[in-house]
Design a binder for this molecule. Structure first.
Ligand SMILES: [Ca+2]
Ligand SMILES: [Ca+2]
Ligand SMILES: [Ca+2]
Length: 459
């Protein structure tokens, strides 16, 4: 099926660009291509498949590798003695990439009393590792796995409850926000003193190859660590350890930009989230813990299989903005800009040369992120540093496609721990460097707030 749909997307894009460039003098839409969120990788699809389509400009060879990668992304891994796709665990969070990145979109925050499926907790104790990263918690490592294969005890059970917080707009309209509280129970061993936890919801995975292709200089050029222009917004790059090149690189992926590239993100997910070792992360995630088998096995997948899976997320298309000319959307975009949202949610970036996928090179894209870290205030803080990111800093998440979240994954959950149940709630949680911007939003009339939200839903 997925090999059929892209043909249509390809024709649509072709037709569209052609009719646009037909007469640039008289056709006003010809000047503005802001709705082509992913440049030439943009697709026109607003269905539940909107995040799952290959970029329409892929060569036949790239499309073929994408389709193989699709199978790897959906592959369920099973327990060890199996001949194929064995090696799951012994500790794990879930059994396939797709189970957490549902339809290539974001995951689900657990309801009170519900098991965690796509939300995970990173763990550490004070200090920094050899390469400046977090120090794994004794007995638990860098991530909590609440699931285990037969004969092994899961590291712990995780219970979630929510605190409710009420507030209101200056115009009197009320709201109620919720903040998750996680409790570890029935742990297989004692919880180390001072263990820090960071809850993280699985984010959408489309358009990421484009973000990988944005030149570091472009990202660093937007940072303003000492706020020299005095707009209240700093923006700092994270610098993290690249296990593949064995060097320090700019961090781009994950909620705290703690990962430098998509191959490492993928290989690390195989190891930590699923218990699948690869040449990049050859040790089981239970390494050094009492329940570890202490066997020095061969990697459970090849480097090429990890690379194939990374190729899939690299080459997923970005859905186009819908109804860019709708007067409500146009007004909402103005309000987005004037409220200061664009200071972090950068509307436009340009990619450089992608080292692996030439189709991603030299694209003008509209991701609405600067890929920098921002202090978002106490209410969003996890208190757990991650390389240079402090306990209250988060990477600006992209907003492209965010208006399709409900269509793709059903009930929507936003922010790093999925606490926000609507785009409006997500904005109301902004603090720190984004406090002023949030206050600007709160001061808008109900009609204007709705226009801003209509703009977000058009993305
Ligand atoms: Ca394993
Ligand atoms: Ca662990
Ligand atoms: Ca600044």
């Amino acid at each position: 099926m997925s090999s059929f749909v892209p043909q249509i997307a390809l024709i649509l894009t072709g037709t569209f660009l052609f009719s646009c460039s037909d007469d640039p003098q008289t056709d006003p839409s010809a000047e503005n291509t802001d709705h082509l969120s992913g440049g030439e990788t943009t697709i026109f699809d607003a269905t539940s498949h909107a995040f799952s389509l290959p970029a329409p400009n892929l060569s036949a060879a790239s499309l073929s590798r994408h389709i193989d990668g699709d199978a790897a992304f959906g592959q369920h891994f099973v327990t060890a003695p199996a001949e194929v796709f064995g090696g799951l665990g012994p500790l794990y969070n879930n059994t396939s990439c797709q189970n957490c990145h549902v339809r290539d979109g974001r995951g689900k925050a657990p309801a009170p009393g519900e098991q965690l499926t796509s939300l995970l907790l990173r763990a550490s104790v004070a200090g920094s590792s050899d390469h400046g990263g977090p120090v794994g918690a004794p007995g638990f490592g860098g991530q909590i796995q609440p699931k285990a294969t037969a004969g092994i005890q899961p590291e712990t059970e995780i219970q979630v409850s929510y605190e409710l917080i009420s507030g209101s707009y200056p115009d009197g309209t009320g709201w109620q926000l919720r903040k998750p509280v996680f409790t570890l129970v029935n742990s297989y061993t004692g919880i180390p003193a001072g263990m820090m936890l960071s809850p993280r919801l699985s984010p959408p995975v489309f358009g990421l190859g484009l973000l990988e292709a944005v030149p570091s200089s472009e990202i660093i050029g937007r940072s303003d660590p000492d706020d020299l222009n005095q707009d209240g917004i700093s923006g700092r790059p994270n610098y993290v350890w690249d296990v593949i090149s064995q060097s320090v690189q700019l961090g781009r992926f994950g909620w705290k930009a703690n990962t430098p590239n998509l191959l490492q993100q993928t290989a690390n997910a195989f190891q930590e989230d699923m218990g699948i070792t690869s040449p990049f992360f050859p040790k089981e995630n239970s390494y050094g813990q009492p329940q570890d088998s202490k066997l020095d096995d061969d990697p459970e997948i090849t480097g090429d299989y990890a690379d194939l899976t990374a190729f899939y997320v690299r080459t997923l298309a970005v859905p186009a903005q819908r109804n860019p000319g709708d007067p409500q959307v146009v007004k909402g975009k103005d309000l987005f800009n004037s409220a200061g949202c664009k200071s972090c949610h950068t509307p436009q970036l340009k990619t450089g040369l992608h080292p692996v996928v030439s189709e991603l090179s030299n694209q003008t894209i509209h991701p609405y992120t600067d890929l920098l870290l921002h202090d978002m205030g106490e209410d969003l803080a996890d208190g757990r540093p991650d390389y240079l990111a402090t306990g209250s800093e988060w990477r600006t998440p992209p907003l492209w496609g965010i208006g399709l979240t409900e269509v793709v994954t059903g009930t929507p959950y936003y922010l790093h721990d999925g606490r926000a149940r609507s785009l409006e709630e997500a904005i109301l949680w902004h603090g720190g460097e984004a406090e002023k911007s949030k206050e600007n939003f709160k001061k808008l009339s109900k009609v204007e707030r709705d226009q801003l939200l209509t703009f977000l839903k058009s993305l």
